[in-house]
Design a protein around this ligand. Structure first.
Ligand SMILES: Cc1cc2nc3c(=O)[nH]c(=O)nc-3n(C[C@H](O)[C@H](O)[C@H](O)COP(=O)(O)O)c2cc1C
Length: 345
């Protein structure tokens, strides 16, 4: 399958067509959202002037994301892209989040809403949709106060919190990240899943010892104890680390986190910044719980990321809109991993 390269829809918005054509157009923006391993775990259904998003169970990452939390985050990010694009095209779209407890229930719905002039804030986000990128690692510098404030506001607008993880917690966080990383790589299921999604040509799990730990894990193995050199190196790995958190930890909170993440990423992209993620300590449920206590987080940690200038090696592909429509999806054989980008583990 040849996936489309990330790019906004080529044709103009069908402003005078019915809601179905307009919502389909918005999907061209929705699918440009980020997702773990670029799995694109979303399916959409157009119902009148509503667009429902579902987690695509065939694209679930059962080892890395056992609860479907990151999948819901990705769905939320996709819906926020659609909302921002709707605003640009003159619709005051609204998002309603459900609980999605049963199979086949949508995680959330976007309603096209009344005609309204676009707001300046949404225009800024809209222009950044094609600019936003993830990077394996980024060079972080202290973000200007004003930008930090805008990023916090974007998260708060959607009921989430964004805050820096202070250096005093970096050592504990690095140890938890290394533990999670080691636990994941010790699991044949995790290695198989990672191989499928990131190396379509290979399709075999990497042997455990070769991939046993990420950068932080290797660092901690090499320098045990409390040396200053270790702190300096960990500091360099985690400088500028931000935590996005939510008050609750239900599917609706994960969708809100995804919407907030996307708004933050677009704001950052508008300022020329890319994102790099530190997901393993949030993917192993026991480690995620301990991380919460170790960094004195009152809310539920959802995303750990750094923003800065990065080097993007490759533009990840996306499934075309036809393949993310629920009505068509079951008829199409989706070969997992075909469109995936190579992640820097
Ligand atoms: C919730 C979430 C977690 C992610 N975790 C990681 C990660 O741990 N490592 C990584 O390299 N990329 C991570 N990514 C980024 C994806 O790899 C990236 O979004 C995908 O490859 C598509 O690329 P793009 O964001 O540049 O469009 C994550 C993205 C999301 C939404």
């Amino acid at each position: 399958m040849s996936g489309a390269v990330v790019r906004p829809p080529a044709r103009g918005f069908p402003a005078w067509a019915g809601p179905e054509a307009r919502l389909r157009h918005l999907l061209g923006y929705a699918v440009q959202a980020p997702s773990r391993y670029n799995a694109q775990p979303w399916l959409f259904e157009i119902e009148g002037d509503g667009l429902a998003v579902f987690a695509d169970r065939r694209r679930a990452l059962r080892a890395a994301d056992p609860q479907g939390r990151e999948a819901a985050i990705a769905c939320g990010a996709a819906l926020e892209n659609a909302r921002v694009a709707a605003a640009h095209h003159g619709h005051a779209a609204e998002v309603e989040t459900g609980q999605a407890r049963g199979v086949g229930e949508p995680l959330a719905r976007l309603w096209l809403g009344a005609r309204a002039a676009p707001r300046l804030a949404d225009e800024l986000l809209f222009r950044a949709i094609p600019l936003r990128r993830s990077s394996g690692s980024v060079q972080t510098a202290l973000l200007p106060e004003a930008l930090q404030g805008s990023l916090r506001e974007e998260a708060a607008r959607l009921g989430c919190a964004l805050r820096p993880v202070p250096p005093m917690h970096h050592r504990a966080l690095a140890a938890l990240a290394a533990e999670a990383d080691a636990e994941q790589w010790a699991s044949p299921r995790f290695r198989a899943e990672q191989a499928i999604w990131t190396r379509p040509a290979l399709r075999t799990p990497a042997p455990a010892p070769a991939r046993a730990a990420g950068v932080l894990g290797r660092l901690l193995q090499r320098f045990s104890g409390t040396g200053r050199e270790l702190d300096r190196r960990i500091g360099a790995q985690l400088a500028g680390l931000l935590l996005l958190s939510t008050r609750g930890d239900e599917p609706a909170d994960w969708v809100a986190a995804g919407r907030a993440l996307q708004a933050v990423l677009l704001r950052a992209a508008a300022a020329g910044l890319e994102a790099s993620y530190l997901s393993p300590p949030l993917e192993v449920p026991g480690v995620r719980q301990r991380l919460r206590r170790a960094i004195f987080e009152a809310g539920h940690p959802q995303v750990l990321l750094r923003l800065g200038r990065g080097t993007v090696l490759r533009t990840p592909r996306r499934r075309p809109v036809e393949l993310v429509l629920r009505a068509f999806a079951p008829a199409v054989e989706v070969r997992v991993g075909e469109e995936s980008a190579v992640e820097a583990a």
